[in-house]
Design a protein around this ligand. Structure first.
Ligand code: FMN
Length: 158
């Protein structure tokens, strides 16, 4: 069914999923699901590394089911030729570096708006600067970001 749709579009298709839902088995059921996803022609998979419990409220489902990064790493080992990225509770550069050594991508959600300076740290990581823990460098980067922001406001808001 999906493959028919794929022929109509030119951009890569990715799927985002959790480790499972309710009493699904996060080993066999997840493996089977991911096998079908990639078999259907999907280009990449993002895994929020916890289960969803359908009786929970949305906010609880974002926090209560335990994170299991190891399960996503094992999934990547099983499907080494496909893009697999990870999501869920990622809020520091060390964790990003560690996960990127084993997976193809890291998705950050709430930490980006809880602590916007984290985006500067990620940018520094991408730029391969090794001093993101240096407070003065971080301050300088924050200063630079705020300066650019003020310039933007000056130019764009009348
Ligand atoms: C306000 C809010 C809106 C969200 N909307 C979506 C959505 O539309 N689709 C989706 O797949 N995930 C959505 N999520 C889940 C996030 O993409 C992400 O999987 C989740 O927040 C866990 O990552 P984090 O711990 O880095 O925030 C939303 C999360 C929040 C907090």
């Amino acid at each position: 069914m999906y493959y028919k749709n794929k022929k109509k579009i030119s951009i890569p298709i990715t799927v985002k999923c959790r480790l499972g839902v309710d009493d699904q088995n996060i080993e066999s059921d997840l493996d089977n699901f991911v096998y079908k996803i990639f078999e259907s022609g999907v280009n990449g998979l993002w895994v929020h590394a916890r289960k969803a419990i359908l009786t929970y409220k949305t906010i609880s489902n974002l926090n209560v089911p335990p994170l299991n990064y190891e399960r996503v790493i094992r999934l990547k080992k099983k499907f080494p030729n496909f893009f697999i990225g990870i999501n869920g509770g990622i809020s520091d550069i060390n964790t990003i570096q560690c996960l990127l050594s084993k997976l193809d991508g890291v998705m950050v959600g709430r930490a980006a708006y809880h602590r916007p300076i984290f985006i500067i740290q990620i940018k520094n990581l991408i730029n391969n600067k090794n001093n993101y823990f240096n407070k003065s460098q971080q301050y300088y980067s924050l200063y630079k970001a705020l300066k650019l922001y003020i310039e933007f406001i000056d130019t764009n808001i009348k």
